[in-house]
Design a protein. Structure first.
Length: 195
């Protein structure tokens, strides 16, 4: 049998990685993971603010659309920890008062009353971890939402709404939005999320 000695390159690759190579690779993996975790943590407030703002913007667009389709004024009511879409006649009422109203409407229907052409649309977005502030048209002051002082934003059947501003605060960041009176879209947005 004729055996050939292994070349130096083959001998080195057969012996595996050196300790220094393993330490360098582990250090690079640690840096990449640390950067990813830091990026995730620092943008958490930003993501939460954008999500809450998106929910309110969608609710505003829905309020405008429903008011135009049903030819009935609708409203978005800003409470301390939530935002609710409902017909204007229910704006500002508590959940218990709305349930009592619904029961009266059901009783009237059973007694032979006329059914409404459209069912009322009611939606609520919970913003329990946020602080809400509303700025009315022509004002420079942000009004904080309090339990006994909800703010009502009206949407008319002709598609026009009051131009309002909404400020959402979360942990160490905030987002401000100004809504357009003709489209209920956000026309101006500013945000600061501290890192």
């Amino acid at each position: 049998m004729n055996r050939h000695p292994l070349s130096p390159v083959t001998q080195r690759s057969a012996s595996g990685f050196t300790l220094l190579e393993m330490v360098i690779v582990l250090a690079l993996i640690g840096l990449a993971m640390g950067g990813a975790i830091t990026l995730f943590i620092t943008t958490s407030a930003e993501r939460q603010l954008k999500s809450a703002a998106g929910d309110v913007e969608l609710l505003a667009k829905r309020a405008r659309s429903v008011a135009m389709v049903q030819q009935t004024p609708y409203a978005i009511t800003f409470f301390e920890n939530s935002v609710r879409l409902s017909p204007l006649v229910e704006a500002g009422y508590s959940d218990d008062e709305i349930k009592a109203r619904q029961e009266l409407e059901a009783d009237a229907l059973e007694a032979g009353g006329k059914a409404p052409k459209f069912n009322p649309v009611r939606e609520t977005v919970s913003l329990s971890n946020f602080d809400l502030f509303v700025r009315r048209w022509g004002s420079n002051n942000w009004v904080p939402m309090r339990r006994n002082d909800p703010q009502v934003w009206r949407f008319d059947p002709n598609g026009i709404c009051e131009p309002v501003g909404l400020r959402i605060e979360y942990e160490d960041g905030w987002m401000e939005m100004e809504f357009h009176p003709l489209s209920a879209n956000v026309r101006e947005r500013s945000m600061e999320a501290k890192r």
